[in-house]
Ligand binder design. Sequence first.
Ligand SMILES: NC(=O)c1ccc[n+]([C@@H]2O[C@H](COP(=O)([O-])OP(=O)(O)OC[C@H]3O[C@@H](n4cnc5c(N)ncnc54)[C@H](OP(=O)(O)O)[C@@H]3O)[C@@H](O)[C@H]2O)c1
Length: 322
Amino acid sequence: MFAVTAALIDADDPLSGLEMGERPDPVPPDGWVTVTVKAASLNHHDVWTLRGVGISADRLPMVLGCDAAGLDQDGNEVIVHAVIADPDAGGGDETLDPRRGLLSERHDGTFAAQVAVPRRNLVPKPAALSFEEAACLPTAYLTAYRMLFEKSGVQPGATVLVQGAGGGVATALILLGRASGYRIWVTSRSEAKRERALKLGADQAFPAGARLPERVDVVMESVGQATWAHSVRSLRPGGRIVICGATSGDASPAELTRIFFTQLSVTGSTMGTRDQLARLARYCEQTGVRPLIDRVLPLDHARDGFAAMIDDNQFGKIIFTV
Ligand SMILES: NC(=O)c1ccc[n+]([C@@H]2O[C@H](COP(=O)([O-])OP(=O)(O)OC[C@H]3O[C@@H](n4cnc5c(N)ncnc54)[C@H](OP(=O)(O)O)[C@@H]3O)[C@@H](O)[C@H]2O)c1
């Protein structure tokens, strides 16, 4: 089958390790099934893999891709939950299984004609969502869903600051937050992205690092070092940072004095459970929210999508169709 693979790790030139070509069809072990991929979406995770973050060279070659929507062996339309974990190991939350991984970490991923996954990782795709829209949900949208509805601790009407407006997680936070009655403020380094964020439903958009008109209840952090100090300074006393990523690197200094003096909380968030993915799909069906797609490319043009993400030249999700 045709697949897009990480063949080499290069921290400075991630595209040099990207390979496209024939790979053996997956052979699902007991309890696993094969999904025929219709659409898959690109996440920063795929760039991290090419840079050697979260994977070691001895696991290569590895088919990239965490997210997919497609057809199961009986022809049902499904969305693939990307978390490969023991459902009983985390006390009912498989993302707490210390041995959990995502597709493309220990098992071949979704940038291929077919992918093998545990049967329990399949979630029905609502007919109202296209395969391209459904393929956005398993990582970026599920992460945003958990950050907003489980980890933020605030109710609709609260003010939520999203750092780095154009990313997959960030645009998901704007759409889900807006549809649920949160006041969404965003930052971006790019004026064009700030304008697009406003059109998407953000209430206000600020240049990265700008002083805000008032302090916010929650900050959604996925940028890390470049925005961390601003996130800490932007919170009201008792506010919370929910962090799911650190694209620009780990934060230093940690702003410990400000965190204890203003009694802030810092909460980590990673992916979501299979059941949350099923609820997210239903949420999209019920609210009419549809993931924002930046561009759709055939899988054999995946290199262009990776280049756009590495250059920060996207607004919304990049999709590959098979
Ligand atoms: N924990 C989890 O389960 C989980 C799930 C999904 C994602 N993540 C992580 O979250 C991060 C975002 O993921 P994604 O897929 O949404 O990535 P993405 O689409 O590549 O996000 C790119 C955004 O990050 C912002 N950004 C990047 N470098 C920046 C810098 N130096 N300064 C300011 N902003 C910067 C940009 O904002 P502007 O250009 O608008 O300024 C850009 O729009 C990644 O690190 C990813 O690994 C974690």
